[in-house]
Design a protein around this ligand. Structure first.
Ligand code: MTE
Length: 310
């Protein structure tokens, strides 16, 4: 993101969906199969009882092959094809627990498979706009973030929510060097942003559990913000009083603000944000304010100068 702009997608990077995934299996096998190669494991990865939600776009969905082979997951390398090559087989996504703590009455830990079994999963088809000016349309499976957070009873000092990715250089090879990036990857939201009905915790896409390269087993999705806010492979959620540090804002504060709402009128210092390249399309299309979700989220920023709080 900082060093390179998005390279073009090459056909050779794309594996046919049928080569590695089928919907026949059931999610129940996922735990027992954790030790098997990812190609086998994915065949048992369909999520059960996924309800449709009102948050479904008419836009053409980006093919699964593109969503799973054109990734940003810097813990596995900076090139778009590296996460798909390096994360499966390295990242152990089960068993996996998430710790929720900080300014709340009921801190605790949840197991992701348990969470999936107990949750009313829904599918949401969201636009995904990367700060690098490319975009996709992704059918996520998961649950709204707000009700999950409420279960931990945040108190009145909980003004922000801080998220953290796994730190384990053995599984995430780029984490072994902190020369450029202050690992682990961290992100944050204001509490009212986190409680907005659009904020989503994804555990799957296209009806199956998340592929490792997409942030398995659980990631954030905030579709009105640039994609880097959508932190992957979360192990910790913390309610805090002060605005928390975030990886990109720490590394380059003049380029990546804390809010990072999609805004075609505020350019990145090194490129325009007015247009985007939808993966799979030839012509660039205009970028929409708040990525087209203004009706749901504009009220969060009433009275704020969005050029200052970018
Ligand atoms: N989360 C972690 N832990 N590490 C990352 O490098 N990249 C971010 C975000 N979440 C990133 C991350 C960026 S820049 C984008 S655009 C999205 O993940 C990409 O998500 P995708 O690969 O599923 O499209």
């Amino acid at each position: 993101m900082i060093i390179r702009q998005a390279p073009d997608l090459h056909g050779s990077e794309i594996t046919p969906r049928s080569a590695y995934v089928s919907r026949r299996g059931l999610m129940v096998g996922a735990l027992a199969l954790a030790a098997l190669p990812s190609t086998v494991r994915r065949a048992e990865a369909a999520l059960p009882n996924v309800a449709k939600s009102p948050f479904v776009l008419d836009d053409k969905r980006t093919p699964l092959e593109d969503i799973t082979h054109y990734n940003n997951f810097y813990e596995f390398g900076m090139d778009k094809d590296q996460p798909a090559k390096r994360a499966p087989g390295r990242l152990r996504t089960r068993p996996w627990t998430v710790r929720v703590e900080g300014e709340c009455g009921k801190p605790g830990t949840f197991d992701v498979d348990d969470f999936i079994r107990r949750s009313a999963l829904e599918e949401r088809v969201y636009r995904h706009r990367c700060v690098e000016a490319w975009s996709m349309v992704i059918p996520w499976v998961g649950v709204p973030l707000g009700p999950v957070l409420q279960r931990f009873d945040p108190n009145s000092r909980a003004r922000f929510v801080a998220f953290q990715t796994l730190f384990d250089p053995q599984q995430m090879p780029e984490e072994s060097s902190r020369l450029i990036y202050p690992w682990p990857y961290t992100e944050g939201l204001r509490i009212d942003e986190a409680m907005n009905p659009l904020a989503f915790l994804a555990v799957g896409l296209y009806g199956d559990i998340l592929a490792p390269q997409n942030g398995a087993p659980i990631r954030l999705v905030t579709p009105w913000k640039y994609g880097f806010k959508s932190i992957k492979s979360i192990v910790s959620i913390r309610f805090v009083e002060q605005q928390p540090p975030t990886l990109w804002n720490t590394v380059a504060p003049s380029e990546y603000g804390f809010y990072s709402n999609v805004n075609p009128t505020v350019d990145h210092p090194r490129w325009s944000q007015a247009k985007e390249r939808r993966i799979g399309e030839f012509f660039r299309r205009p970028t929409l304010m708040f990525n087209g979700y203004g009706e749901q989220v504009a009220g969060l920023y009433t009275g704020m100068d969005l050029k200052k709080y970018f």
